[in-house]
Design a protein around this ligand. Structure first.
Ligand code: PLP
Length: 411
């Protein structure tokens, strides 16, 4: 765990999130479902409202003032994203619908270019279904083999298997940065280096990482990195696919339509340059602009400060919950981020989640779109509290009290 920073004014930060003032079931909302989606800062809400009230227009093809203003804002948003995780060029930033859409784009294009019969694709046992199913579909279509890096009992990837699993046959490795079901921060640098030694391309699912600490895609040297705007305090329906420019240049287009073309005749089409080659149709303009506003907001706090505060919060929550009798905590990795999955002996996770809701506490219950992880632990699901920098230790104390009261009834 990192050392907490002194000046993190959570009280002031909470004022930036209007939804945190509301009540649920007569109690102050305690929102611990940040892994599913994060709440929205006023600065982002204002930007979205301003766009529709004052700027609404379609981008790129208009000569009129509004279209040009909207285009400038949209392209500025791309630059904001580029800077946020240190991509080399805005040509490497593709606006998508979200992580799922980005991974599907990656699987389709990388698959078409690099995967043939008998080749291998490597993922891990701790992936979200979004980073399993597209690869299963690809493997089936191309006659390739899908392999998995297994989990250890300590909820970490078994890196001792890398030499055996990554071979000349491996064409793609796709791996989650931070696990949404276990909280594990994976040593993706190790996997990227090994994959590159055999010429395989590496896709990173950053859906649960990008909101918690500074990510630098050039330093990581991954080939692609995917995340969702709505988990980064931005709007729904917007996401990012980062891809190295020379790689994206080699890959085929994904969807066909307006904007992604250079010229269309009745016989054939030539394709637009990056990043537009991968943005067919009218893009989610307001989503991109709203996401940039959220990133500006996060930058004003600082990802370093966010990381330190959230680590402190997670440590506190683990210490408090571990003291409750009968808890089974699944987050056991050496390095964990903001996610606390647990169960209680003899108590169904779903029932406990419903009880917590009566206390105004929002947690997630179930398999968290990670059924292979649940199968590994031979359970149906867990309760997952996932934290943001707007959460407080007092809220965690309230969670503990609510758990104790609920368990007294349920046990
Ligand atoms: N990958 C991980 C690790 C996730 O946690 C999620 C969402 O929970 C996704 C992928 C899918 O994200 P989205 O539903 O925003 O596409």
């Amino acid at each position: 765990m990192t050392t907490p920073t002194k000046e993190f004014d959570v009280k002031k930060i909470r004022e930036d999130f209007p939804i945190l003032n509301r009540q649920v079931n007569g109690k102050n909302l305690i929102y611990f479902d940040n892994g599913a989606t994060t709440q929205k800062p006023q600065a982002m809400l204002d930007k979205v409202s301003e766009y529709y009230s004052n700027l609404n227009s379609n981008v790129h093809r208009g000569v009129h003032t509004l279209s040009q203003l909207a285009t400038t804002e949209y392209e500025n948003a791309r630059e904001t994203v580029r800077k946020f995780f240190n991509a080399k060029s805005t040509n490497e930033i593709i606006f998508t619908k979200g992580t799922t859409d980005s991974i599907n784009l990656a699987a389709y294009t990388l698959g078409k270019k690099f995967v043939n019969e008998g080749d291998e694709i490597l993922i891990t046992e701790m992936e979200h279904h979004s980073n399993i199913v597209p690869w299963q579909m690809l493997a089936e279509e191309r006659g390739a083999k899908l392999k998995y890096i297994p989990l250890t009992d300590a909820a970490e990837l078994d890196y001792s298997k890398l030499d055996e699993l990554i071979t000349e046959k491996t064409k793609i490795v796709s791996i989650v940065h931070v696990s949404n079901s276990l909280g594990t921060l994976n040593d993706i640098e190790k996997v990227i280096e090994k994959a590159h030694s055999v010429g395989a391309k590496v896709v990173i699912d950053g859906a649960q990482a990008i909101q918690h600490f500074a990510v630098d895609v050039q330093r990581l040297d991954c080939d692609m990195y995917c995340f969702s705007g709505h988990k980064l305090y931005g709007p729904l329906g917007i996401g990012i696919l980062y891809g190295k420019e020379d790689l994206l240049d080699q890959l085929p287009p994904y969807q066909g339509g307006g904007e992604m073309i250079s010229e269309v005749t009745m016989e054939k089409t030539t394709y637009n340059t990056l990043p537009y080659k991968y943005e067919a149709g009218t893009p989610n303009i307001v989503g991109a602009i709203g996401l940039a506003a959220s990133i500006d907001y996060l930058n004003s706090i600082g990802m370093e400060a966010i990381n330190h505060y959230e680590d402190e919060l997670l440590g506190y929550s683990e210490q408090k919950l571990d003291a409750i009798e009968g808890i089974i905590r699944y987050s056991k990795a050496k390095v964990r981020k903001s996610i606390l999955p647990f169960n209680f002996e003899g108590v169904y996770h779903y029932d406990l989640g419903l009880f917590l809701d009566k206390f105004g506490i929002a947690v997630r219950t179930g398999h968290h779109c990670c059924q292979p992880v649940m199968q590994r632990y031979d359970i149906q699901g867990t309760i997952r509290a996932s934290f943001s920098f707007y959460n407080t230790k007092e809220e965690i104390d309230e969670l503990v009290t609510a758990l104790e009261k609920s368990l007294a009834v349920l046990r």
